[in-house]
Design a protein around this ligand. Structure first.
Ligand code: WQD
Length: 337
């Protein structure tokens, strides 16, 4: 069973390729290397002993997509990670996001709909919930007005998939990630943010390793116990494993709907200050940080109700926050070592 992983050299994609190969799947990766490095292939091989097929290709070029599916006509499963994902950048440059995140999805689905069997796993995000009313967040929480063009592309992407699945043989699972963090325990794979990290954990590890002077904590006047925002930080390997479970569910035709949706989190919320304290514990060093103003567009709190993923999908996150932070720190020290 050949599986296409788009964005397979990226952070979550590469960890998912490892888990797919560990489960015996033949993997072909498409990546345009806009936010990933080809050397990630070596990390995947170091862990699994096998290098996946890699095709450098930009999914925005429809003829290339058509060509790819002619060449790899035996692909019957797709896990679609490739997308732009920086919230701030999407506000500055919305058309880059609508072209890259929507057109590419359409081109993939146009190819998949021609196949007798088409299983599609879509990388979505808890960002579709905006600031949910109730915690923990279930899959029935209303999808709210997107807080950014990036978030809007995830909402639109989900709607496109639902409409297409209704009238084609495509079966799909939408995976709504909470906050993916950490690195492979072997330190052969991890997060490689380009430039100044936008996300909390890579900024913390880069500060701890001396690459950044200090972490700015965006606001401590939120209505939470310690005043800082709460998120559900999930180990990237746990997240990767969920993709294999979801794909197998479709292959084995265990899905009860043409499109199913699952929240992927740990079910536990952690505040920014709790993350900092946990990091100081696992790293054994004080973190240099200061409290600054709130960041535009941040929600106060978001953590997952994991009942559906646990009971229906049959998957549960195993790693603790500390384990995830320790893996991120081990990776940072290795690449800056
Ligand atoms: C987490 C918390 C910040 C950086 C985003 C996207 C989401 C997904 C994951 C793609 C917040 C605080 C952060 C810093 C800080 N991306 N923070 N100082 O915003 O929850 O989610 O990344 O799929 O779609 O929205 O993650 O790591 O940016 O922030 O205080 O330097 O850390 O305010 O409370 P976020 P994050």
């Amino acid at each position: 069973m050949k599986v296409l992983v788009t964005g397979g050299l990226g952070f979550i994609g590469s960890h998912t390729v490892v888990e797919l190969q560990n489960e015996g799947f033949e993997v072909v990766i498409i990546d345009n290397l806009s936010n990933a490095d080809e050397s990630v292939l070596k990390g995947i091989e170091a862990i699994t002993g096998k290098q996946p097929i890699f095709e450098k290709l930009d999914l925005r070029e429809k003829p290339s997509v058509v060509e790819f599916f002619k060449k790899h006509s035996d692909v019957s499963g797709v896990i679609h990670f490739a997308a732009s994902k920086a919230v701030g950048e999407s506000v500055e440059n919305p058309l880059l996001y609508y072209e890259n995140n929507i057109n590419t999805l359409v081109y993939l689905l146009q190819e998949l709909q021609q196949k007798p069997e088409a299983n599609f796993i879509f990388s979505s995000s808890c960002t579709v919930y905006g600031q949910a009313e109730l915690m923990p967040i279930t899959e029935n929480a209303p999808v709210q007005q997107a807080m950014s063009p990036y978030g809007n592309t995830k909402q639109i992407g989900e709607e496109i998939i639902v409409d297409v699945a209704k009238v084609t043989n495509i079966n799909a699972i939408l995976l709504r990630y909470f906050n993916p963090i950490g690195a492979h325990p072997t330190a052969e794979l991890g997060e490689l943010p380009i430039g100044v990290p936008q996300n909390l954990i890579p900024f913390i590890t880069q500060t701890a390793v001396g690459l950044r002077k200090e972490l700015s904590v965006f606001g401590s006047d939120y209505p939470t116990a310690d005043g800082t925002c709460i998120r559900d930080y999930i180990h990237v390997v746990d997240l990767a494993k969920a993709h294999v479970v979801a794909l197998k569910r479709l292959i084995d035709k265990k899905n009860t709907d043409k499109v199913e949706t699952f929240n992927l989190g740990t079910g536990t919320g952690s505040s920014v200050l709790e993350v900092i304290n946990a990091f100081e514990k696992v790293s054994g060093q004080k973190l240099n940080y200061k409290i600054v103003d709130r960041r535009e567009g941040d929600v106060v709190e978001a953590f997952a109700n994991t009942d559906k993923a646990n009971d229906i999908l049959g998957w549960k996150a195993k790693s603790t926050l500390e384990e995830a932070l320790a893996s991120a720190w081990k990776w940072e020290q290795k690449i800056r070592g």
